[in-house]
Design a protein around this ligand. Structure first.
Ligand code: HSE
Length: 400
């Protein structure tokens, strides 16, 4: 019998308990043993739950029990998730998590502690929810040189952008709709400001480079400044606007990381990813382009990834992770050198624009002038845009 503890009995924790119950026979067939949910840690009681008798309120009960083989941390936030997970690993308990924040900030420490203790620290559900993306990148694509991993990593913002694109709605109205449907939280900042996507690109960047960069060092923009006018113009020019996380391997071995909205040509695979769906595109040699697509959140998809990870803890011959994150912020490439084309909407006239940016491609002229610059570094763009001051009404980068 394998004994496990679930830390946090919210939507995901309950989804994990339900899936383990429903698939008990299949799990036993796979790992050769029954799985018993011995403890559920939560501040609340769940008198109506079939797991009511497993609920404890003190993590020390779980920490002290050497019979617990694995801990599933689905509580969210950095603290005390980090401390509880480290204690579990030190106690030679496998740890599985869906918590992107704690992985992005402390994945390096956690993987090192797991290795020291001969146990697993698995976090497939932390990026892309139910989409199997981390293990395929680590295991199946390991013989490739990954040039870039980029993706739509946040379902809430993708829902909002899809709504703006399909119905011409404003950002504010689309956000309200996302909240009414339960996709966006009452406080939606982590999603709409790009913070959630930033944590996920930090994890993906760590996987392809082995380098862990604290999320607060990563250039991060959300979608709050995108106007209905920008979306309409993108549509007219056969483009979508998507919030992308990008991790690019630089020639000198450093890693360029960012989260920002991008204009994407309609024939690019990521442009067709709509609603709450997530997608991760890997561009690597020799495999070329690979795309993973699916649901990035929700009880079922997240439980699918967590239970998959749990079973791997009990079936893997060795518990040595095939990678490690090394905390090395100096390996983060300088964002001011990032180069792309830029979409700009402005109240300036074309001669002012040409003076600032040189030759541009005009997309529309009317009440506002909208144009695409040539390839420019972030620094060159910022300097040119500064000469137009508050006449710059909107700015979105373009995916090449
Ligand atoms: N708030 C996140 C999203 C949930 O909308 O994608 C999964 O991290």
């Amino acid at each position: 019998m394998k004994h496990i503890a679930i830390l946090g009995f919210g939507v995901v924790g309950q989804g994990v308990a339900d899936l383990l119950t429903k698939n008990a026979k299949e799990v036993k067939a796979l790992i050769g043993d029954d799985v018993n949910i011995k403890y559920i840690l939560d501040l609340r009681d769940f008198p109506d739950s079939p797991f009511a008798d497993r609920v404890v309120h003190d993590f020390n009960v779980i920490k002290a029990d050497d019979g617990v083989d694995a801990v599933i941390e689905v509580m969210g936030g950095s603290h005390p998730a980090f401390e509880f997970s480290m204690d579990a690993l030190r106690g030679k308990k496998h740890v599985i998590t869906s918590n992107k924040q704690v992985v992005a900030e402390f994945g390096a420490e956690m993987l090192a502690e797991a290795k020291k203790n001969g146990v697993c620290y698995h976090f497939e559900a932390s990026v892309g929810g139910g989409i199997p993306v981390l293990m395929p990148i680590i295991e199946i694509l390991r013989h490739n040189k990954v040039r870039e991993v980029r993706g739509i990593l946040n379902g809430t913002t993708n829902y909002i952008l899809t709504k703006m694109f399909t119905f011409g709605d404003t950002f504010e109205d689309s956000l309200k709709d996302a909240q009414a449907k339960g996709y966006a939280e009452r406080n939606p900042d982590a999603d709409i400001l790009g913070i959630d996507a930033c944590r996920k690109i930090a994890i993906l960047g760590g996987l392809i480079s082995g380098v862990s960069v604290m999320p607060d060092l990563i250039h991060t923009e959300g979608i709050t400044a995108i106007r209905a006018e920008d979306v309409a113009l993108a549509n007219q020019n056969a483009c979508a606007i998507k919030l992308l996380g990008r991790a690019i391997t630089e020639a000198d071995g450093r890693i360029m990381l960012m989260v920002a909205p991008f204009l994407i040509d309609a024939d690019a695979p990521l442009s067709g990813v709509n609603g709450v769906y997530n997608a991760v595109e890997v561009i690597a040699d020799p495999v070329d382009n690979v795309m993973f697509y699916g649901r990035g959140a929700g009880a079922g998809p997240t439980a699918s990834a967590v239970v998959g990870d749990l079973c791997r803890c009990f079936t893997e011959a060795t518990h040595t992770a095939p990678f490690a994150f090394e905390k090395k912020s100096e390996m983060l490439a300088d964002f001011s050198a990032f180069t792309c084309r830029h979409y700009v909407a402005t109240s300036a006239c074309l001669c002012e624009v040409k003076k600032a940016f040189g030759e541009v491609t005009v997309l529309s002229e009317g009440k506002e002038l909208a144009f695409l610059t040539g390839e420019m570094t972030e620094k060159a763009f910022a300097d040119a845009a500064a000469t137009l001051g508050d006449k710059v009404l909107s700015h979105i980068r373009k995916l090449a």
